[in-house]
Structures are given as C-alpha cells and as structure tokens.
Design a binder for this molecule. Structure first.
Ligand code: ZN
Length: 131
C-alpha cells in the first residue's frame, strides 16, 4: 500500500498514525510487523510524541547539527538549495519497522508515526508494507 501525503513546508511533522492503522485494517493481518518507508531523499519517517515543544526543540537541534545554509557542493551543482535536507534524511533514515498487534500498530501511549518534511511543501509517497 502507499499513502500520499501533502506536506506544508520544511520541518512539517505530518502525523500518519491514523492513516497507517486504516491501511492495516484493509489487510486483515492481526499480528506481525509493518515497514513504513519514505520514497524520497528529503523526507523521513520518525516515531515520537506529538507535542509542539519537542518538535521545535528537535528542529533547533537538527538546524545546529546540519545548518540549512552552508558551502554545500550539491547546492552549487544542482542549484536546488537543499543539501541540508538530503543530509538530514540520511541521518534520520528513510523508514521504521513497527509491530502490529490485533490489527493495529502496537505503539506506546505517547508514540505517533510522522512523515517529516525536510525540504519544502511537496506531495510525498509513503510505502506501507506488512511483513
Ligand atoms: Zn537536492
């Protein structure tokens, strides 16, 4: 299965937990695991709490770790000005694998699944593959 997600700018955290559970419902799989994978080089999948403070703390940390503006070769050659988004996507990785229990994601109380936009507003595809 594939989800189509419209992101709203850089560092948009799109909560896709409900959509994934909806996709799982269609499979009738009760127990197992599911691979959730971004099909992009500048968007990642993360699992964490849906709380504005930690999102902003994380964005500040990422911006210190890989500054958006820098002397990046990719920006000079490709001129799409998003080298930092590519590097952060490699740092975070493209996918997560999560357990399924009784037909839904078996997450902790505060855990949510997010597609994180690392570049600008786009239409994004997320693969949802039951294992
Ligand atoms: Zn690029």
């Amino acid at each position: 299965m594939e989800l189509t997600i419209h992101t709203q700018g850089q560092f948009d955290f799109v909560d896709i937990t409900t959509e994934i559970n909806g996709a799982l419902k269609e499979t009738n799989i009760q127990n197992g695991a599911v691979l959730i994978c971004s099909r992009h080089t500048t968007a990642s999948i993360v699992v964490n709490e849906s709380e504005q403070g930690i999102k902003e703390d994380t964005i500040n940390f990422w911006s210190r770790l890989i500054p958006p503006k820098g002397d990046y070769q990719h920006n000079q050659i490709r001129q799409d000005d998003n080298a930092h988004a590519h590097m952060l996507a490699m740092f975070l990785g493209p996918s997560v694998t999560l357990p399924i229990k009784r037909g839904v994601l078996d997450l902790g109380v505060w855990q949510r699944v997010f597609l994180v936009e690392l570049d600008k507003s786009r239409e994004r595809q997320v693969l949802v593959q039951v294992l």
